[in-house]
Design a binder for this molecule. Sequence first.
Ligand SMILES: Cc1cc2nc3c(=O)[nH]c(=O)nc-3n(C[C@H](O)[C@H](O)[C@H](O)COP(=O)(O)OP(=O)(O)OC[C@H]3O[C@@H](n4cnc5c(N)ncnc54)[C@H](O)[C@@H]3O)c2cc1C
Length: 387
Amino acid sequence: MTTSDYIRDARVAVIGAGAVGSVLAYRLAQAGATVTVIDRATPGSGTSGRTFAWLNGMDKPPRPYHRMSVMGIRDHEDLADELAGDWVHVTGSLHWTDRRDTARTAALEESVRQLRGWGMRVDRATPDQVRRDLEPDLVLEQDQVSAVYLVPRSGWLEPSRLVAGALGAAREQYGATVVRGDVAALPVAGGMVERVVLADGQVIEADLVVNAAGPDGGRVAVLAGTSLPVERTPGLLLVSEPVPARLRRVAYGPGIHLRPDGGGRVMVQWEPLDSLAVEGAPLAADDAQVRDAMDRAAGVLPALAGAAVESVRLGVRAVPRDGYPLAGFDAGVGNLYHVVTHSGITLAARLALLITEELTGGEVAELAPFAPGRPGSAFPGGSGSAE
Ligand SMILES: Cc1cc2nc3c(=O)[nH]c(=O)nc-3n(C[C@H](O)[C@H](O)[C@H](O)COP(=O)(O)OP(=O)(O)OC[C@H]3O[C@@H](n4cnc5c(N)ncnc54)[C@H](O)[C@@H]3O)c2cc1C
């Protein structure tokens, strides 16, 4: 039997209906598998519902990882086109620093040099040009900021709508099933997961089990008596009430990152807030640190001045120990496939295509470095943990 026949006849249980699991479920169902997606919560409500969702290939060395990220943006556009979805916004990202911060300015210059060296277009603009031609409501003081760079092939995505689109199509076009339930046991016999057992006692029979549980990927691995080197790293994001601001692109300023979040809302990421992120204890919207972050954001986008914070989102990143994705069969459990990664929004559509290719056609060179059993780093000397 060829691998392709195996997938066509296989019952596949995908644990986790975030961006990664949902898009992979769609592709596997499309390839002919009988797919059951299991999530203990509302699909898309895990990290994928609490993410900055910047689509980008910035600061992602070495080149193969950068390329996977950039291809991921193209694959998202293709997927949205395939599903008649409009959740992908490749509107570009703007980058600048405080010119007095020589270390950050040098780091930005180096990132730009690297991107250009890898064949990506990066435009340089003055603050005046930004205001006149790109983002009229952003305020960048000419005498305070470094050069501004525009990366046109980047953008942002609406994860909940992606998840809904992928799961909806998987169900309606290819007969996939979405089950609400907490995977509580993965009994293993003879080096294979025998079945998926949910906390309510329900049993799901599966020939192949996919661990797409995001930051809980390590816990799911333990259920099968194995392990994954994944750290949980919390982060905080603020979403404003709707404000009258013209903002189309991701704005990546010094420590402060902004993007549109639909309906006139603006998502704000203030880097120092991450140090206050504690799982299970999100800050209140009126917390002094939250107000401080909003004031800083208003310094760049004045329409945010005095705006209420509609939600404070605490998200937990799944960061593999070397920062790079974990994608491949478990080293010890033959029918357990892990796909756990940071930057999972950028990578979801690419990983889904590559993994489906691997499961239907055999080895895929682009995936090879990311095998979970790798002894050290996917790319020795590198670190892939950039957002
Ligand atoms: C603050 C922050 C900013 C980020 N910024 C970016 C960015 O700009 N760009 C980018 O590309 N990425 C970014 N990321 C990372 C990105 O959001 C994640 O990599 C991505 O959302 C992971 O998707 P996922 O589907 O793997 O996981 P999730 O969305 O977490 O989905 C996993 C699902 O598994 C379910 N699950 C877990 N355990 C079980 C179980 N035992 N039984 C049943 N269900 C289970 C959960 O309920 C969940 O729904 C950011 C993350 C954070 C926190």
